[in-house]
Design a binder for this molecule. Structure first.
Ligand code: IVH
Length: 681
């Protein structure tokens, strides 16, 4: 038995731990544990607090909903609080919920079962049929105003006409990144050496808080709405109002089932657990709601969650697999990533053989030993994750896995920068894995795109000593290749031809191919847009580099450091001598870099901040076009005060986006409009 003091300590520690998990999840969009683990910790704390009320604390995480408020946006209060849902993983608790509801209502009721979407919650207000404001959940009472960002989500109607819904209402739902988009974006990021998103939810929550609307468009987000709120809604039923929203063009939950009995409800949950796998977006449970608003009102809510609803969460699929070995991959920038090689196991429809162990701290946290049986999960994360070790099956005396102190390839002592999770091999000039990684990157499709030279062959060329540096590729001859027994005469001629052709690659691609840490494809294009020749770029200061749109201080520092090194300057000189392109034909202000390039605007009504002429100038400066009439070729109608009703009507009919003056200001490259101007919306 624990003493009261010890219980107090446990409660305190759980609160600290849950607060830490909550801030990482909401503020950094970085979940540290699975939802299941989080929920279990929260439940443990709830149970202890219920048993030992003397430890009550209004600041306990059990008394609050998590907060996503980040400080970059203006805030708005929710007219109706955005509550959480009670979670359960257990059919018996669903039965209890049903019985309790029945006891409290004393009249027959209907219950709806729908998917619990795993995205970012949003509450959107429509006034007189127009989308006016979108606010994140925040702390439930107030959230961040992200209207301009939400307008970039394709399947959200910007206006509603001919609807059963009243002119003014609020609608709530989740913003999601479809799994297919998540996979596509991640593989592009991998190809560019950019950090990967952990899961679609993180990718979506990061996007909702971005400051660049064009960047948000690229994330191809979608919405699903699950609740309509307002004063004069047409129906008493949640489902019926949702169907009215659907008829008005809102994307609503894909699978919704209304039941009268607990048996039907449990069957609906089971069916959803299977059918959800075919949905394009991720779901992590079922939400069960009493359908009638009148009955919901009778049941009421606590400060945290309604009594008329509960979430049944699906357990992530889990399997156990034996650890065969741990290998260490050394990337082209020297980062050492441990990978677990597993005895193959089936999990959620795929065979898993390998799983990342992330870093040294994670190996330590798992307390991994050779031959351990590991639990592997495919939950929110698409990449299988090792959640824990089955300690009951550990072989006595098995050896603890220790992260190496030296580079497994070149033997250099590994280093870890303060505040970084990764160990790196510092021997960038001599470590074979790093050099091979850089060579592979250089020839890859998105970089120099040298046909006929895959990662295996470039490895062999490196080992033969013929290619030690990217510039060596350009001094290869047909006889060099045929002498290696890897190429026949004909394919050697073709490869040399491919190498020759690669010299035509534009400067941006060459810069990307050089593999400066953090300089992906897009960054490289921006950099050459500003510095159209290599001399200018090599001599640019960190400040000049950091002034380039979307290039941060870290990347700027990396570029300056890269070109500061004599060996890299020498490589560049050699590449120039072989005829690679180190100048860009486009003017420094490359048109394709202009923010509003290709977009057509119509300006209507009176504006508060600038005259219409001034707006025309700024729009054109940023590459936009201004038209006087609304047609299907128009992208945005900017509606000032007293905007022409005919123009608004036409824009609505044609599906042209209607934006406010403040939102227009937000779209300009410079000057940055203060974000809190949003409050005027
Ligand atoms: S109804 C009073 N329905 O889950 C709460 N929420 O854990 C009413 N969510 O903040 C919410 N899918 O962001 C509801 N079909 C669904 C949902 C759903 C996902 C999210 C929502 C909410 C959170 C609560």
């Amino acid at each position: 038995m624990k003493t009261e003091k010890e219980i107090g300590e446990t409660i305190k520690n759980l609160r600290i731990e849950i607060d830490r998990l909550n801030s990482s999840y909401y503020l950094l969009s970085r979940p540290l544990v699975s939802d299941l683990e989080f929920d279990m910790k929260l439940k443990e704390l709830e149970a202890l607090e219920a048993e030992y009320p003397q430890f009550f604390d209004p600041n306990s995480p059990t008394q609050r909903v998590g907060s996503d408020i980040g400080g970059k946006f203006s805030r708005a209060a929710h007219k109706y609080p955005m509550l959480s849902l009670r979670n359960t993983y257990d059919f018996d608790e669903v039965r209890d919920f049903f019985q309790k509801t029945s006891r409290l209502l004393k009249t027959p009721f209907q219950i709806v079962c729908e998917p619990k979407y795993d995205g970012v919650s949003i509450s959107i207000s429509y006034q007189n049929g127009l989308l006016t404001k979108a606010v994140t959940r925040g702390d439930g009472a107030e959230g961040d105003v992200v209207t301009a960002n939400i307008r970039m989500v394709k399947n959200i109607p910007l206006s509603v006409t001919n609807s059963n819904l009243p002119p003014t209402f609020e609608i709530r739902g989740e913003i999601l990144m479809p799994v297919s988009v998540f996979e596509e974006i991640n593989s592009e990021r991998a190809a560019q050496g950019e950090p990967l998103f952990a899961n679609p939810r993180n990718a979506a929550s990061g996007a909702v808080k971005l400051q660049s609307t064009s960047e948000i468009q690229k994330r191809r987000l979608e919405a699903r709405f699950y609740s309509v709120l307002g004063e004069n809604l047409p129906y008493d039923g949640h489902l019926e109002n949702l169907m009215a929203a659907k008829a008005s063009g809102f994307p609503v939950s894909e699978i919704i089932v209304k039941s009268d009995t607990i048996e039907d409800l449990l069957a609906a949950i089971s069916r959803l657990e299977t059918e959800r796998k075919a949905l394009p977006v991720e779901t992590d449970g079922a939400v069960i709601k009493v359908n009638s608003f009148a009955q919901q009102k009778i049941l009421g809510a606590t400060t945290k969650a309604p009594r008329w609803a509960i979430a049944y969460k699906f357990r992530p699929e889990r399997a156990s697999a034996k650890l065969l070995s741990v290998s260490y991959q050394i990337g082209r920038t020297g980062v050492v990533t441990p990978v677990a090689n597993l005895e193959p196991v089936r999990l959620s429809g795929t065979t898993v053989k390998r799983a990342t162990l992330h870093n040294a701290d994670n190996i330590e946290k798992l307390d991994l030993h050779a031959g351990d049986i590991l639990y592997v999960e495919k939950g929110g994360e698409i990449i299988p994750k090792i959640v824990s070790v089955d300690l009951s099956r550990r072989t006595w005396g098995s050896e603890k896995i220790c992260f190496p102190k030296e580079c497994p390839d070149c033997g250099s002592a590994l280093v870890r920068e303060p505040g970084e999770a990764a160990f790196r091999c510092p021997n960038d000039a001599g470590c074979p894995s790093q050099i091979k990684g850089r060579l592979e990157h250089f020839i890859s499709r998105r970089a120099m795109n040298i046909d006929g030279l895959g990662s295996e062959k470039i490895g062999r060329l490196y080992e033969s000593g013929l290619v030690r540096n990217v510039a060596d590729i350009y001094s290869l001859t047909v006889s060099d290749l045929t002498a290696l027994d890897l190429w026949a005469e004909k394919s050697a001629v073709m490869l040399i031809d491919g190498i020759e052709k690669s010299k035509a690659a534009p400067f941006g691609r060459v810069l990307f191919a050089l593999g400066v840490p953090e300089v992906g494809e897009t960054a490289a294009k921006r950099i050459v847009g500003r510095f159209p020749d290599i001399d200018g770029l090599m001599n640019a200061s960190v400040d000049q580099l950091a002034a380039i749109d979307e290039i941060g201080a870290v990347t700027a520092g990396n570029i300056a450091e890269f070109f500061g090194r004599p060996e890299n300057r020498k490589t560049v000189e050699r590449l120039i001598s072989y005829g690679l392109r180190f100048t860009s034909d486009s003017l420094p202000e490359d048109d394709s870099q202009k923010k509003l390039q290709g977009l057509t605007f119509v300006l209507s009504g009176l504006f508060e901040h600038h005259t219409r002429e001034k707006y025309r100038d700024i729009l054109e400066r940023d590459g936009g076009r201004v038209s006087s009439a609304v047609s299907s070729g128009v992208d945005y109608l900017v509606a000032g005060e007293k905007a022409g009703p005919a123009k608004l009507k036409k824009a609505n009919e044609l599906g042209v986006k209607i934006i406010s003056e403040v939102e227009l200001l937000m779209m300009f490259s410079t000057p940055e409009t203060p974000v809190n101007d949003f409050s005027k919306n």
